[in-house]
Design a protein around this ligand. Structure first.
Ligand SMILES: Cc1cc2nc3c(=O)[nH]c(=O)nc-3n(C[C@H](O)[C@H](O)[C@H](O)COP(=O)(O)OP(=O)(O)OC[C@H]3O[C@@H](n4cnc5c(N)ncnc54)[C@H](O)[C@@H]3O)c2cc1C
Length: 396
């Protein structure tokens, strides 16, 4: 027996689920909507976790996607601290951790991602952090209060952003990464070198082309990072930013088809293999009309845009997801980074503007067509890049 029934069940209280809820109401839907999220907090923006919130410049309330009263005002039932433990797409029921069973008309899986963890020796020592939630940022801040040296592991956004944020807090930081240059996997060698030098100019030690062999500790707490290249880096605390994995636990258990990229396989309309069940955000592996292939993208604006598309399709719009993926990041107030793409491959990088002045764009071309564009400190025209990406027109 179902304990109750809702028209639309949204699973996951991140930006994708929250944007879907807002879109349902903005589209005039008056039926019942239940949003179930496992976290303690109401839906919030995750980017501040490694930036403004970690630095202490933004509060918990600043990070909320909608103010507390918004949910009730819009007639959306929000269950925080609650997990969906099971989903039966055929029976259209969901089992909650509250032991309730909810019958639904249609559902959205917006379960986000989980951090990837290092499994080297010493990985269980105290003082080794991973960032995903506001709570993990609180724990890191408290833990580095007296730290004299923090090691950030990873060459991508999170490790670079955390390195910048901790530097703002006055902490000496070392970045350790497999790449030669920071952010080079995403943005190539020219921009990567520029980002690396930016971190170094602000006093961060950057160790490239090396990786963690093991962590060593004193009295159960991390004290050193020993690298494969034979270095020993002193560390009172460590932050690992070594990637995320789509959270497909519920989807797998529910029998939804998964894709080769590890996400929940969806068509261009973000429909999963189960009728009446859609997916949005980090786990969504969808047929991208724009790229002509399956894509899975872990960016805040992409998750929001997919939440909006999925909501319209939950209401029967039958519209493909065609938004050009957009990404932003800040390295303290040293650099504002924006990017449209993503480029799966490129054979030419064209720099416009001035690397020296720190205001520039990198255009990534593949076989004479724009595959992506990076804009640093407002140096690139994002709308122009979006138009070229959409048209796929060859450049002369
Ligand atoms: C520290 C950090 C900084 C970032 N900075 C940037 C940035 O600057 N720019 C950018 O574009 N992107 C950034 N990202 C990535 C971006 O935040 C994510 O792509 C985005 O949050 C994805 O949103 P989502 O709604 O898909 O998933 P999530 O934000 O992960 O939300 C999913 C939620 O669902 C919950 N959940 C999972 N399973 C269940 C279940 N069975 N029942 C109930 N609830 C469940 C999870 O606990 C989670 O709260 C950052 C990510 C992190 C971790």
């Amino acid at each position: 027996m179902d304990d109750r029934a809702v028209d639309i069940l949204l699973i996951g209280g991140g930006i994708a689920g929250a944007t879907a809820a807002a879109t349902l109401r903005a589209e005039g839907f008056e039926g019942s909507v239940l949003l179930v999220g496992r976290e303690l907090d109401e839906p919030y923006h995750r980017p501040p976790v490694s930036k403004g919130y970690l630095q202490g410049a933004e509060s918990r309330a600043d990070a909320l996607v909608r103010p507390h009263e918004w949910w009730e005002e819009h007639g959306i039932e929000l269950l925080t601290r609650t997990s969906v433990l099971g989903l039966d797409p055929a029976a259209r029921t969901a089992a909650l951790s509250t032991r309730e069973e909810v019958a639904f008309g249609r559902a959205l899986v917006a379960t986000g991602a989980m951090v990837r963890r290092l499994t080297v020796d010493g990985a269980g020592l105290e003082g080794i952090h991973y960032l995903r939630t506001l709570g993990t940022a609180d724990a890191l801040r408290a833990d580095v209060e007296d730290a004299e040296r923090v090691v950030c592991v990873g060459g991508s956004y999170i490790a670079s952003e955390v390195a910048a944020s901790l530097t703002v807090l006055g902490k000496p930081v070392t970045v350790l990464m497999q790449e030669a240059h920071t952010l080079e996997r995403q943005f190539g060698g020219v921009a990567g070198l520029w980002f690396r030098e930016l971190l170094e100019e602000h006093g961060i030690d950057v160790v490239g082309r090396d990786e963690v062999a093991r962590f060593e500790g004193d009295d159960g707490r991390v004290a050193r990072v020993v690298t494969v290249g034979g270095r020993t880096l002193e560390a009172d605390a460590v932050v690992c930013g070594v990637g995320a994995l789509p959270d497909v636990m519920l989807a797998r258990k529910a029998g939804l088809e998964l894709g080769p990229l590890g996400g929940v396989r969806c068509d261009a309309r973000l429909r999963t293999s189960a009728e009446h069940v859609y997916c949005a955000g980090d786990p969504c592996e969808f047929e991208s009309v724009l790229h002509g292939r399956p894509m899975r993208i872990e960016h805040e604006e992409v998750a929001a845009a997919q939440g909006a598309t999925a909501a319209r399709n939950l209401l029967g719009a039958d519209a493909p997801h065609e938004e050009v993926p957009y990404f932003f990041s800040d390295l303290a107030d040293w650099a504002a980074v924006e990017y449209v793409g993503p480029a799966m491959a490129w054979d030419e990088e064209v720099v416009r503007g001035s690397l020296e002045d720190g205001r520039f764009a990198v255009w990534y071309l593949h076989e004479g067509r724009v595959a992506a564009m990076l804009s640093v400190n407002g140096g690139g025209d994002l709308d122009h890049a979006r138009a070229l990406l959409r048209s796929g027109a060859p450049l002369d």
